[in-house]
Write a protein that binds this ligand. Sequence first.
Ligand code: DNO
Length: 393
Amino acid sequence: MKESFRWYGPDDPVSLNNISQIGAKSVVSALHQIPNGLVWNKDDIKEHQQIIRNAGLDWEVVESVPVHEDIKQRTGSFQTYIDNFKATLDNLASCGIKTVCYNFMPVLDWTRTHLFYPMDDGSLALYFNSSALAAFDLFILKRKDAEREYNSSQIQKAKSYFKKLSSNEIETLSKNIISGMPGASERYTLEQFRSQLEKYEFLGEVDLQEHFLLFLEEIIPIAESMNVRMCVHPDDPPYNLFGIPRVVKNLQDLKTIFHRVPSLSNGLTFCTGSLGVRKENDLSVIFQKFANRIHFLHLRSIQWQGEGSFFEANHLEGDVDMFSVVYDIIVEEKKRLKQGRSDWEIPMRPDHGHQMLDDLNKKTKPGYSAIGRLRGLSEIRGLAQGITKTMNI
Ligand code: DNO
């Protein structure tokens, strides 16, 4: 695996020098300052790339080029945004950056309800509590017809959850959900969020999936012609939220996506912490099935809490079998090496980490503090070395 680390740009409290000391070889980054939908021009890309190079690192993967809402809804200026997306890929490729992560989650990118959930050892984790989400949906956002989405026991639990919240907690919960996550390209007020959701009133799962496939049919041939490896990030969490569908959540969704557009440029970001939230998602089966098109790895674990709730566990703990995941990855890399594939070494980043030790006293990006990710990367590095040295293939 090519050990990589996410860097949010010059304002990131975790510096490029920190990343070098952590031992990562390359950087995962994006031009977060450019509004969603606009073309990333070559000068801006080169400037960012140069900053990374000056620190002795490489900008290996883009995470993410955001997909504009108009493309997902196939309304308004969607064609212009698709053309802009293609132009951005072209500019990235001409600067030598050829692995591009993106997602097709409607309205919200990744979602958590709590950003500082205390663990027994005093570190803080990211947490998704389904009753908190329902409480927000039903009693704070007060979305029209929201109660249709939940059964009576879920509504009851949401009600008691909501009753215990102070006004500060209500504010924090709302902020976490609609404008709290690092890397998300959209931030909303309650009002804006409501009206975004309303736009999906007449869009079902089949429609959204078709919009995604049509997008891929346009983008992938261009990517292929430039040797760009696109890798869709699974939905996080991998189920529908707020009554709107998600279409990159399980084996069946992935089969549909890769069946319709089979080019290897149509690839996957294998995110164990996202896919792992659905118990029926067998990570090993998914990995084997799409191994040759996995272009990027997000390694982290989650601990199921029942009814769709989970917290982010330490990388080698929780419900993701990290040993098997890393084993599968190393087998795939050896296979690619034998096949002479130049992309045999798959870029991997330790995804998220607990806020711990000195980082508890710092302002860090939720999930992206240095020490928790350093712990994750180091543990995975050791695991990978152990597996490689004892493997007989
Ligand atoms: C969270 C991330 C997501 C991811 C995008 C990919 O930590 O995994 O923000 O970057 O969803 O497009």
